[in-house]
Design a protein around this ligand. Sequence first.
Ligand code: MF3
Ligand code: CO
Length: 259
Amino acid sequence: MIPIKNSEGIRRMREACAVAATVLDQLKTQVSPGVTTYDLDQYARELIARHGATSACYGYQIGSRRYPGYSCISVNEEVVHGIGSMKRILTDGDVVSLDIVVAYNGYIGDNATTVPVGAISPKIEELLRISREALDIGIAQAKVGNRIGDISNAIQTHVEAHGFSVIRDMVGHGVGTSMHEEPQIPNYGRKGQGPKIKPGMTLAIEPMVNLGGYRTKTLSDGWTIVAADGLPSAHFEHTVLTTEQGPEVLTIPAPVSAT
Ligand code: MF3
Ligand code: CO
């Protein structure tokens, strides 16, 4: 069953998503050579608290393991779920994916972006551009009457047309009162397949794109997913509300009032 949010649920999703987007926006500004991924994670913790929210990542449980970070910070070949570390110092030419999931007033907002550290190679620049475009192209398919496979197929088609690959092991997802709700939203698949999109769904659409092959492995920390071939990876994500008027991106930073 795919949860359909009523107007109160949508109102709260808007707030949670605005917080998630504002935190991500502010965190991005701290990315520079010399900063450790631990510093970034601590800053994420602070920003989330400052907004009166909590991290949905911290303590997130899979089996008997609990995620130890407040955000996910994945460098270069790390695809997702990288854990902040004092030993990981960002260097000119790296790319870093920041994934922020917050709980606010009972609802969850989820978004991610990948940013360059200093100057990156043209090939990696293209990886980021195509992945970001794939997110927009996927979101455009989140129309009432379409099916989830229309989103999946649009993302895969765009990515593969440029010679990159989409991760198969991880998928986007519905999001609401819990981080992962139905439906699953793969970044690959066939048009016209999967559940039908109805108004009031809140969907985390999140292309994870590898410069090389799509295969991944999990590091010994039990969390960090890396590209098996060691080549760079990118991740862009928005939480989107489906409406009769079309998809609406909810993870937009809240306007900050001038004082
Ligand atoms: N955005 C990620 C997801 O949807 C967040 C994972 S939370 C963590 O899977 F606990 F794994 F960090
Ligand atoms: Co997500």
